[in-house]
Design a protein around this ligand. Sequence first.
Ligand code: NAG
Ligand code: NAG
Length: 366
Amino acid sequence: MGRAFTAAPLLLLLGLLALGLGAATANVGDSCSTSADCGAGQWCFDCEPKFSGSHCVRSAATNPYQLINNSLPFNKYAYLTMHNSYAIVGEPSHTGIPRVTFDNQEDTVTDQLNNGVRALMLDTYDFQGDVWLCHSNGGKCNDFTAFLSVQIAEPALDTFKEIEEFLSSNPSEIVTIILEDYVHAPNGLTNVFNASGLLKYWFPVSKMPQNGQDWPLVSDMVASNQRLVVFTSISSKQSSEGIAYQWNFMVENNYGDDGMDAGQCSNRAESAPLNDKTKSLVLMNYFPSVPVKSTACLQHSQNLIDTVNTCYGSGNQWANFIAVDYYKRSDGGGAFQATDLLNGRLLCGCQDVSACLQGSGVASSA
Ligand SMILES: *[C@@H]1O[C@H](CO)[C@@H](O)[C@H](O)[C@H]1NC(C)=O
Ligand SMILES: *[C@@H]1O[C@H](CO)[C@@H](O)[C@H](O)[C@H]1NC(C)=O
């Protein structure tokens, strides 16, 4: 008993020290000089010209499986999605030639996943006898040595290995990969999925709902360790390689500048209309035709929230995937807040996922 009493002041002191050392007492919107001034899940960022000076803004997503539960179908959750996830600012060129093309993201894929990104849009190409991630047009990853304008490219295997590592160290998480697929080598993708170790997490097409039904429960997907969901844009691969053809399962709005118009939201050409109820998943594209780092934070603001609501209006279905560039750039909550809104809507009819914690989860429209 005496020991317990003497330990108490020490514990209190340690507790105070921990608070003091953390110093992370700032909230979203507070001014800051470095990210250490900001709270957990925030970074210090200058959203010019919206604000003068740097402010704490969010840098990590809420995990709905942890915050609420994972006992609902996969299509009852929203997932922050990276457009061209691999086009990383500052990453060394894998070809030995400096890269001069657009870049869309600022973190490695590993950072993105650790910050709560759960879906990755990747462009896959046949290149140098292998599968590469590439920015290109005309369906070919060009041989850069022959061209002055250089592509961003890297072997798909490197990125797939990062995803494998994340799934193996986070056994309750699910990652979705959405491929803009230009690989024509037979089994080309399957070979890379296998070589990276990702094949063991494969969620089979046979378990995907064909006619607008709910997906399996997240808890069941986790229990069976089928935690990698992959879609391709090439229809024949669904039967030849067992890779789901995206447009059989998902609707999607227009991409590029057309996808950022909070006044209207309609399907892209490849997709069924947004109100097609035979597809259980909805993806909302929200990135400009030409990625511009300096304006991303202005776009990841109220206009993003408005567009989420507009797209709901077009399909009467809340988006499951919200695809952005420069996901950490915002004037406060940004793409993370939009994802929280979607999870709130999907999980309990609320404005924010944290509101689902209150009460039974039966919709309050707070
Ligand atoms: C995956 O790789 C292993 C080892 O190389 C091989 O035995 C197996 O057949 C491959 N599986 C597929 C589906 O390609
Ligand atoms: C999980 O959360 C949802 C949304 O709040 C709720 O409807 C459901 O009853 C919860 N399930 C369990 C098993 O707690």
